[in-house]
Design a binder for this molecule. Structure first.
Ligand code: ADP
Length: 157
């Protein structure tokens, strides 16, 4: 049984994140998605509402081996608590790789847990910050986030 941990801010959750989760759900037995709480980063969207919306999306898509948790703390500590075998992260381009390798090396050294990368492929131009930027200028976000996330964003505007 292989259990993986996919940590991120998901602020907001995007189609790029969903792609990583779909591939992981197929490739591994259990996927734990961790919405990280980072006191140094200001959140733009309510974390509990984001968690519920993500759970609804996974349920609707029949991704029954995907679970969402909110955790404030180091990813390696959660990985240990959850007995995860690997950390999963998405890769869009070379600059992602440089940043991700830095974290992956630290997690391997201090948490003895390796990282598996999922290619963004056609979702490579999607990021939470791009979605936030589009929203600022009233540009449609339909191609970037699941419908449920768009609803959440507009319900809470
Ligand atoms: P963080 O703040 O931890 O980087 P994000 O929510 O921005 O959190 O991203 C979480 C993970 O998802 C990261 O590994 C990131 O590279 C990956 N990711 C983000 N957008 C995409 C995308 N469009 N395609 C594939 N992976 C992505």
């Amino acid at each position: 049984m292989t259990r993986v941990l996919y940590p991120g801010s998901f602020d907001p959750f995007t189609n790029g994140h969903l792609h990583v989760i779909q591939v992981s759900s197929e490739a591994f037995d259990e996927v734990i998605v961790n919405i990280g709480v980072n006191s140094e980063k200001v959140r733009h969207f309510n974390i509990d509402l984001m968690k519920s919306a993500m759970e609804e999306i996974f349920e609707e898509m029949g991704l029954i081996n995907v679970k969402v948790v909110i955790y404030e703390g180091a990813t390696i500590n959660l990985a240990r608590e959850m007995d995860a075998d690997f950390i999963v992260r998405g890769l869009r381009d070379a600059s992602d790789l440089i940043q991700e390798e830095r974290n992956a090396n630290l997690n391997y050294k201090h948490g003895n847990i390796d990282t598996i990368y999922i290619r963004a492929g056609e979702y490579g131009n999607i990021s939470s910050s791009v979605v936030r930027e589009l929203l600022k200028f009233d540009i449609p976000i339909d191609d970037y986030v699941p419908k449920r996330i768009k609803e959440l964003i507009f319900e809470n505007k």
